[in-house]
Design a protein around this ligand. Sequence first.
Ligand code: SAH
Length: 381
Amino acid sequence: MTNLLGMTRARLKAFFGGLGEKPYRAEQVMKWIYRDGVADFEAMTDIAKPLRRRLADIADIRAPGFGPGHRAADGVVKWPVTVAGGQKVETVLIPDVSASGAKRNTLCISSQVGCALDCSFCATGKQGFGANLRRAEIVGQAWRAARLLPPGETITNVVFMGMGEPLLNFDAAMDAVDVFMDHLAFGISKRRVTVSTAGVAPRIYDMAARTDVSLAISLHAARDDLRDALVPLNRKYPIAELLSACRYYLDSMGERRTITIEYTLIDGVNDRREDAEALVELLAGMRAKVNLIPFNPFPAANGCPAAYRRPSRNRVLYFQRQLLAGGLPAMLRTTRGDDIAAACGQLTGAFEDRTRRRARYQQRGLGGPSDQALIARETAA
Ligand code: SAH
């Protein structure tokens, strides 16, 4: 069976071409899938019956399974998603209202089960790598979530800031980006689709050749020695190399676009005055805006380093003021959904296998609270 969900328009056209059908069939089917939410060829009434039957024999429209959503006090919703092999990821919906008063629904999607990069402060990284999601599983998160929104609402923004490193699942992520932007599918503008990377520099060049959606870089440190410790990938692609790739991407995007620099503030680790000064100096002259994310803790049993704490509100604001004083646009990302462990860096996709994971950490001598305590901590409002 060929799964048509997540196929770009070009791929769908090639698929119909291969069947000896006209390319416009791709457009008809795309509208049915994404605008009408139809997964059954029989319902596609502008397609001749024999072709519908043929499609049902050879193809399907198969989204990953969504479990019941967990709703946070602030309206954030997190869904457990079951992908191939029964592995689990998570998708997070962040509703809000933009500065101009428009209703916004940002969907934070996962691109991999777990993650190989093992950033020191990220719960997903502590799980290790599970698998690459397929394009149907990436697009399918948005396809399912769109169906669960209140009537009349749509997904207005997509960010690849869930589990996994999208640029290490490049082809599937880029196909998904195309589908998010296609006006026959989600029709989201390039500015509102954001690929976030821990810094896979060579793939940023590849990305420039393929698309011009927004790019976010998880920087977290302005010095290589510190970044090596926080984001081990930095040893492979150090800051200078990464920023060269960013400049290249900025040039290829043209116009008045900017790159987002994500900076997770960890108390006493990367939030000192000299860290802010180094960041200002590093990004001078670059069209970048900094997104400050106060560190979100996760259970020690899941590998959260004991020394990592969220800085006080004052310290966060002081860091922001220093960046602004240095001429660097910097905004504070409000922590949302942390009462259901849906905030940045808290996603693990593991609702059922906590016991197994705890056992693994205990084997490594990391210990930790009981399952009950863990679950209570993660679900307390
Ligand atoms: N691998 C990609 C996509 C994940 S995005 C990337 O690194 O960009 C997740 C964002 O949340 C990243 O900016 C990440 O650095 C940040 N993050 C991870 N763990 C966090 C934590 N515990 N607290 C706050 N932010 C965190």
